[in-house]
Every structure is written in C-alpha cells, then in structure tokens.
Design a protein around this ligand. Structure first.
Ligand code: LM2
Ligand code: CA
Length: 454
C-alpha cells in the first residue's frame, strides 16, 4: 500500500480557485514555476451538477455526478495537458478530491458531461445502497456537530453521503484517485475530511497506486468530538486556526503578539493560509478585500516558520454563491489577472516576491526578533533573510535595524523585483555588523534575503 508522499522542498501551494485548465497550465509555465511555487491546488476536476438557474454558483463543483474528468474548467484532454504542463514547469498538481459525497439535488438531473443522476443513483457508479441514510433529524441532515456519528454518517447540506466503510465504495473512490494519478497528479486535498472517519480515508489512500501528497480539510471548532489532529495519521491537515488568529492580530491586536505565532497542529504537518474559498465567504479572516493589510499578512506567513503556506487566488464576488467569470455556455472564462474579476493575489508584488524569501530561508530559525511593543516588528531567519513589518499608522524614520545578514547590498523585495542581479526597487546596504538604516512607511514592510543581492 502507498504511503503519503512528502510535499518536497518547495512547499508553497497556490490555490487557483476555479481557474480553467488552459489558464492553470499557462500560469504554471509563465509565473508559478519561475517564481518557485511548489504546487498548484486546482478545483475539482470530476463531472458536477449544473445549476444555471441559480447563476452557476461556484459550489456546483462540490456536487459530483460521475468520475468523468470533465467539468466547466475543461475536459480530460485539457486536464491532462495542464498536469503535464505544470509538471514540466516544476510545479506539482494537487487535486481537490470530493469523495465524502455525491450531489445534493433532490430532483433528477443531468451533469456537466451529460450523465443522468438522481439523489441516490449514479448509473454505473453508485446506487441507493452505497449511501448512508442516517435516520436523523427528519431529512438525514447533520445538525449536531457535537455528535461524531451524525457528522460522519448523516448528510452535509443534503449531499448524498457515501458509505466510505464499504469496500465497493472505497474501490470506486480509489479508482478515481488512481485515474488522476495516472495522468500525473501529485497529491490530493481531501474535501470534507471531517465527515469521514480517519480509518476510511486511510483505507482509501492505502489503495493508491503510488504515494501521493495528502492534505485534509478537517475544519476546527472548539469542543467538537472530531478534532483535526486525528487526521494526522493520514497525512497533512489544513490548520484553520492560523488564518483566524492572524486576522485577529492584524485587525484588533498588536503585531508584537506574533513573536510566538503558531497553531496546535505540528508545524511540519500543517498547511496554513490567510483565507480559503470557504473562509473568505463570511468568516473573520483577511482577504483580497483588505488590500495592503492582506499583503502584509501574507508576507508574514511566508516569512515565518510555521506550516506550509497556501496562497489564495480569488475571483471577485459580491455574494457568496457567485460563480467565476463564465461564458454563456457555462464554461469558466480564461483567468486574466487583474481584469474580469480575477484578483490574482498570488501575483501581487509583495506576496509573489515573498515566495522567494520563503524558499531562501527554508530550514532556518527565527532570530533577531525586535518589536516596539505594538505594531512594528522585525526578525531574521538564520543568516539568510530579514523582515521589517510596520503596521503602525505612521512611518518609522531614521531607525537602524540589526540583521543576521552578511554585509552586502540587498534588494527590498517588498517594493522591488529582483532578477539578473538587478533590483527594480530600493536597495539597502547591510554593514559588516549586520546593520542597515531605513525609513518604513505606515502599513509597509521591508524584506531582504541573500538570494536578492545586487
Ligand atoms: C468543503 N470542504 O470540506 C468545501 O470546501 C466546501 O466549499 C463545500 O461546500 C463542502 N466541503 C462540501 O463539499 C460547498 C458550499 C455549500 C454547497 C456545497 C455543495 O460551501 O454551500 O452547498 O459546496 O455544492 C450547496 C448549497 C446548499 C445545498 C447544497 C446541496 O449552498 O444550500 O443544501 O448545495 O444542494 C441544501
Ligand atoms: Ca460521511
């Protein structure tokens, strides 16, 4: 049986939420690969329900109808081309694996690729006997998250809940995942992990034809019987507390509290993020809508040694159901950064340049921490990098900062791009004692690292 594969040396994941396959392929080649991003997390590739009557909401994609690789983002050939394109650009592909359930529609319908289905009937794949009917709450829906049985055997928002304890169901799911592996996929984000017993996930991943990186969507809530750390036995786990805590510190508290920042899951098993597609819809996290503050929070995340960072790349939305920019036939439009609603946070200068910082300081410890007791913080990483974060409402001027860096001239990658030995922004000279002098504007930062020396 295959074990969970490690993520590899480049551990930054970019979540290109709802991007179609040709756009993902292009982004891997033109941007993600050259910038040192390790992997792209793509939206679910399997056939899904279609609800044009509801404006084709983004969440159609979390209601599988069959395991045909054919979705509004493209067909099997386009998916396969994307995977091989990303891989030749040095970027791994992690697939959003929706395996806890099928669709949640009460009336029969036809999926994106033409498959007929009914709530508990997916011809040639699953029948009524492959689903849980938990017999609770009148409609089999989950109501009580304090009840483990209910969370794993009843229906999450009416979604037909698969009997993941059944050998036949496990074989079907593993068949789908192995099909994706055969196309070159490197890993899986396990959707709705909390709604499956850890042992069921383990039984499914043990059927994989080769090791794959596994990270699980096990949302945290205080006091619940099912806790994220149970899932560590299967691979990595999304650490939801990180984004909530980071937002609270940036929004209401002091950056000086970041000195001991972390979360309960072990750092080397946690995938961390400021926001994801669920939390950015109505939860207290920072998102692209926060502008500069969002960029600074991401800069901190990429500079700080806790967890593997996942960067969000969103499309703009004004209501929580709104789907991605689409053609009239329902296909997702090409992602064109900064137009048409594609916000491309992963391309923001501060965020994308900090990926290089993150990769440069990998494996080093925090040192040289200094803060002003409020919203101005600084720290170094080994002898490789140094970050100044000023979230005060006013500039700090004429201050000298002591870094752990070797003497030299450094590109400030927060304001400048570094390439071919040249910097398009400010350059700071670190002296032989590690000191440099700088002004830092309000709500701004400076980041120096040894792979951006002019
Ligand atoms: C996830 N992670 O564990 C996804 O990150 C999350 O986005 C998914 O929910 C969820 N699990 C199930 O895969 C989304 C969305 C829901 C949506 C479902 C299914 O957040 O709102 O539910 O996908 O499409 C929608 C309607 C809901 C309805 C349901 C079934 O919002 O009102 O329930 O479809 O028709 C009656
Ligand atoms: Ca379940």
């Amino acid at each position: 049986p295959a074990t969970a594969a490690p993520q590899g040396d480049k551990d930054v994941i970019v979540r290109l939420f709802q991007w179609n396959w040709p756009s993902v392929a292009k982004e891997c080649k033109e941007f993600l690969g050259p910038r040192g991003v390790g992997a792209v997390h793509v939206s679910p590739p399997q056939e899904h329900v279609v609800r044009p009557d509801l404006g084709s909401p983004w969440w159609q994609d979390y209601q599988p109808v069959s395991y045909k690789i054919d979705s509004r983002r493209g067909d099997r050939a386009a998916f396969a081309a994307m995977v091989s394109g990303c891989k030749s650009a040095g970027v791994k592909v992690f697939v959003d694996a929706v395996i806890n359930h099928m669709a949640g529609q009460d009336v029969p319908g036809t999926g994106w690729a033409g498959s007929r289905y009914d709530h508990y009937s997916y011809p040639g794949i699953y029948g009524d006997n492959d689903f849980h009917h938990c017999g609770r709450n009148g409609n089999d829906d989950i109501k009580n998250y304090m009840d483990r049985f209910e969370v794993q055997n009843c229906e999450l928002v009416n979604l037909a809940d698969l009997k993941t304890e059944s050998e036949q169901v496990r074989n079907r799911i593993a068949g789908y995942l192995n099909d994706l592996l055969s196309l070159g996929v490197d890993g899986f984000r396990i959707d709705a992990a909390k709604h499956m017993p850890t042992g069921d996930i383990a039984a499914i991943t043990s059927k994989l034809s080769r090791p794959a990186y596994i990270y699980q969507e096990a949302t945290y809530a205080a006091g619940e019987p099912i806790q994220p750390d149970e899932y560590l036995r299967n691979g990595d786990v999304k650490e939801f507390r990180y984004g909530y805590d980071l937002a609270r510190i940036f929004n209401q508290e002091k950056l000086s509290y970041l000195r001991t920042f972390g979360a309960p899951l072990p750092s080397d098993k946690a995938v961390v993020f400021t926001d994801n597609h669920d939390t950015q819809r109505g939860h207290p996290v920072l998102t692209y809508k926060d502008g500069g503050r969002y960029a600074l929070a991401n800069a901190f995340m990429l500079a700080w040694p806790y967890g593997s960072p996942q960067l969000m790349s969103s499309f703009e939305f004004s209501n929580n159901d709104q789907g991605p920019p689409s053609e009239s036939n329902g296909r997702t439009k090409n992602a064109t950064c900064f137009t048409d609603g594609w916000r491309c946070e992963h391309r923001w200068q501060v965020i994308s340049n900090m990926v290089g910082f993150h990769n440069t300081v990998r494996g080093t410890n925090v040192n040289s921490w200094w803060d002003n007791g409020n919203d101005l913080i600084t720290f170094g990483r080994g002898d490789k990098g140094y970050l100044v974060l000023n979230d005060e409402g006013s500039a700090t001027t004429g201050r000298s900062f002591r870094t752990p860096l070797p003497a030299g001239k450094y590109c400030d990658v927060i304001h400048g791009d570094f390439a071919g030995g040249r910097c398009t922004g400010p350059v700071y000279t670190v002296d032989s004692g590690g000191w440099f002098r700088a002004d830092v504007a309000a709500h701004d930062a400076i980041a120096l690292h040894v792979n951006a020396r002019v």
